[in-house]
Design a protein around this ligand. Structure first.
Ligand code: G1P
Ligand code: ZN
Length: 543
């Protein structure tokens, strides 16, 4: 086996976004594309000589081929060991856990998360640091700079490594350790939650459906929910990971997991339902007749986490991304703990978790997690809900309504306008920014604007500064709208508009969210001249 040094040239646009580098699969499969980026990661982190890395992905199309390339490159760059899941599979939270548990130098995760997979769809690669979390901006910047000056990459000339058999083999000088992707994660979950209580809940006839969306969580959910916790066989739907996720978007929201939503709203609804995304870090929570918004889920989990053994000592603090509703802030206030507001993207929670300032974190985009790993964690959120339900012995709807009565309800919705012309989307944002000072005091759709600002963030731990993280419009009665452009899309621009309105009166808390937010929606559309800029009046996705 010999090491080849292949001459290459910088490839434009290899800039990691909200969560690693995401591109069309065909782009990743193009000449040198993956290799350049992987070499840039290695260079950007100061080389991998003698290092141990975790490698895994969500099983999407090209996962297996990309894994072989990354292994050969790691070997050629002097890595000592790669730990990978069988079949090169690892859910993102399981990868984060392995990175931490094994004290490694970080890991490479192959995933485009909730984006569809297949030769015509998306692929992605991201680097996680030794704390198990997504590389912070300072690291992704270094990686990006390497992509701009790269002249060659190193790769071992070797045959494919057998990744289907558990055990350790050699690739040149490097050890390749293939592990059961579920084993360590399963132990971690058993340590955090009261499995006994959840088993008793299922034994009492409690019914559940978990939609793995043909993505990576299938094997995890089957092992934990059905084998360990005694949920009925068949609880896990679409449990076999497929390279194209069965042709769907593995995104657990009311649009892409509509069948599950229809199930809980119908006559034959289970007591509890949930779904996870492509790489297993997102979650959607449903109860009989009810959809729990991720913002509400975070608030309910924060208020009740102490019921699970892993959190019995209470929470140190909570954190949410800026566009996430402020529901969890009021829980934190009552608990007398800190609440942080961070930019969008899980990487911004890492410092707070490492410093022990936050225990639970969440994003409105179906991401919830805790300090057990450094990624959001779909199945973890589902298990925490189950633990709470097992202790409270209340239905999801009952629990949520009681929560709203106590804390108020934040009507919440996100509207996505996808594949908008990138220049038009930019112009819309720029115009709002430049007109911001003239808008307070004026009314739109009957709502008076009180302030408009751009969200900037100073990390309280390392003092790093992140600017231009979204525009916020505040209205008189306390409603809020946030606008930002997606950093994960692969076609044109995706404009996200987040809207929320607090309702404290229990008698008015059972409206449909879109209806309750109708005036905020209308006001934003008028303020930003949405139709004129985007030629759209209806979003592609409403969550
Ligand atoms: C989206 C979500 C964000 C999440 C990220 C990765 O990013 O909005 O909350 O952290 O995916 O899952 P965006 O496309 O908005 O930049
Ligand atoms: Zn994901």
């Amino acid at each position: 086996m010999s090491i080849a040094t292949i001459n290459t040239q910088p490839i434009e646009g290899q800039k990691p976004g909200t969560s690693g580098l995401r591109k069309k699969t065909k782009v990743f499969m193009g000449p040198h594309y993956l290799e350049n980026f992987v070499q840039a990661i290695f260079n950007g982190i100061g080389g991998v000589d003698g290092k141990t890395l975790v490698l895994g992905g969500d099983g999407r199309y090209f996962n297996d081929r990309a894994a072989q390339v990354i292994l050969r490159m790691a070997a050629a760059n002097g890595a000592a060991r790669i730990i990978t899941g069988q079949g090169a599979l690892l859910s993102t939270p399981a990868a984060s856990h392995l990175i931490r548990k094994r004290g490694t130098d970080g890991g490479i995760i192959m995933s485009a998360s909730h984006n569809p997979g297949g030769p015509e769809e998306d692929f992605g690669v991201k680097f996680n640091t030794p704390n198990g979390g997504p590389a912070p901006e300072e690291v992704t910047e270094r990686i990006f700079r390497e992509t701009e000056i790269l002249a060659n990459y190193r790769i071992l000339e070797a045959r494919d490594v057998d990744l289907d058999t558990i055990g350790t083999t050699q690739l040149g000088e490097m050890a390749v350790e293939v592990v059961d992707p579920v084993a360590e994660y399963r132990l971690l979950m058993a340590a955090l939650f009261d499995f006994e209580a959840i088993r008793a809940l299922f034994a009492s006839g409690f019914t559940m459906r978990f939609d793995a969306m043909h993505a990576v969580t299938g094997p995890y959910a089957k092992a934990i929910l059905e084998s360990d916790l005694g949920a009925r066989p068949g609880t896990v739907l679409n449990g076999t990971p497929l390279p194209d996720f069965g042709g769907g978007h593995p995104d657990p929201n009311p649009v892409w997991a509509k069948a599950l939503v229809d199930l809980v709203m119908g006559g034959d609804a289970p007591d509890f339902a949930a779904a996870s995304d492509g790489d297993g870090d997102r979650n959607m929570i449903l109860g009989r007749g009810i959809y729990v918004t991720p913002s509400d889920s975070l608030a309910v989990l924060a208020a009740n986490a102490h019921l699970a053994p892993g959190y019995a000592a209470g929470l140190k603090g909570v954190a949410r991304s800026m566009p996430t509703s402020r529901a969890v802030d009021r829980v934190a206030e009552k608990l007398g703990i800190e609440a942080f507001e961070t930019p969008t993207g899980w990487k911004f929670f890492g410092n707070l978790l490492d410093a022990g300032r936050a225990t639970l974190c969440g994003e409105e985009s179906a991401g919830t997690g805790s300090d057990h790993v450094r990624e959001k964690d779909g199945l973890w959120a589902v298990l925490l809900w189950l633990n709470i339900l097992a202790v409270k012995r209340k239905g999801v709807a009952e629990l949520l309504k009681a929560h709203w009565q106590e804390y108020g309800r934040d009507y919440y919705s996100r509207h996505d306008y996808e594949a908008v012309d990138a220049d038009a989307a930019k112009a819309l944002m720029e115009e709002l920014k430049s007109s911001a000072s003239g808008l307070p005091g004026r009314s739109f759709a009957g709502l008076e604007v009180t302030a408009i600002d751009e969200f900037n963030y100073d990390d309280p731990i390392d003092r790093s500064h992140s600017s231009a993280q979204g525009l916020r419009i505040f209205f008189k009665a306390g409603s809020r709208a946030v606008l930002r452009l997606s950093g994960t899309g692969t076609v044109g621009a995706t404009l996200r508009i987040y809207m929320e309105k607090l309702e404290r009166d229990p008698a008015s808390q059972s409206q449909d969210a879109q209806a309750a937010l109708a005036d905020v929606i209308k006001a934003v559309q008028e303020i930003v001249k949405l139709k004129a800029h985007t030629e759209r009046s209806e979003p592609d996705v409403k969550t």
